[in-house]
Design a protein around this ligand. Structure first.
Ligand SMILES: [Zn+2]
Length: 200
């Protein structure tokens, strides 16, 4: 992931300063010395990472879909195997996985990269997987007025892997759909055909 590198003087950047003090306090609370060599710059790095990662909180996913255009296309548009990563709001630990996204246009289409951007913007917020899926599907379905919209998400949650049940490799799978049932079946069969090809 790209570190966008905050150019401002950290002393004048209030959000960054707040995270730096919070991380320092956290390190002290767990019994560490935040002044030792290896940790000296950690609070600043964590702060820069958080402000960069959570940039999705300041972005409007609807804006991405404003560049739609009229097109007489009423067949499924499907993007499979989109990598995504987010941070679980309960533990502030990452969850990482892949998505399949599809919709059936109703006279309005949008560049596929814009659909991926919608997933990206909602992912870059403190999230739970279920809400992430709902937000992406609802936004696309409503803004494009599509006949059917479908999102499959499969992700490994570090909070499951590192704590609690401690099961590595298990994925949480969610599928979210809106709209016409026949259209949704077309999208799902398109995704299945692609998955079968991938396993050949
Ligand atoms: Zn969690």
């Amino acid at each position: 992931m790209k570190c966008s590198g905050f150019q401002q003087d950290p002393a004048n950047n209030l959000p960054l300063q707040s995270i730096i003090s919070a991380v320092k306090n956290m390190l002290i609370a767990v019994g560490e010395n935040p002044e030792r060599e290896g940790l000296k710059n950690t609070p600043k790095r964590v702060g820069e990472f958080y402000l960069d990662f959570f940039s999705g909180l300041n972005e409007d996913p609807i804006f991405e879909l404003k560049t739609d255009f009229d097109e007489d296309h009423y067949e499924p548009v499907i993007i499979t195997n989109i990598e995504f990563f987010s941070i679980c709001e309960h533990h502030l630990l990452p969850f990482v996985g892949y998505a399949h996204l599809g919709y059936i246009p109703n006279g309005k289409v949008v560049g596929v990269s814009k659909l991926v951007r919608v997933l990206d913007i909602f992912s870059r917020r403190p999230q739970i997987q279920e809400r992430l899926a709902d937000q992406v599907v609802d936004t696309i379905h409503k803004e494009l007025g599509s006949n059917a919209t479908y999102l499959f998400l499969s992700a490994e949650h570090m909070c499951m892997t590192l704590r609690g049940v401690r099961k590595s490799g298990s994925h949480i799978v969610t599928s979210t759909e809106r709209g016409d049932k026949v259209g949704l079946e077309l999208i799902k069969s398109g995704i299945s055909i692609d998955a079968l090809k991938g396993s050949e």
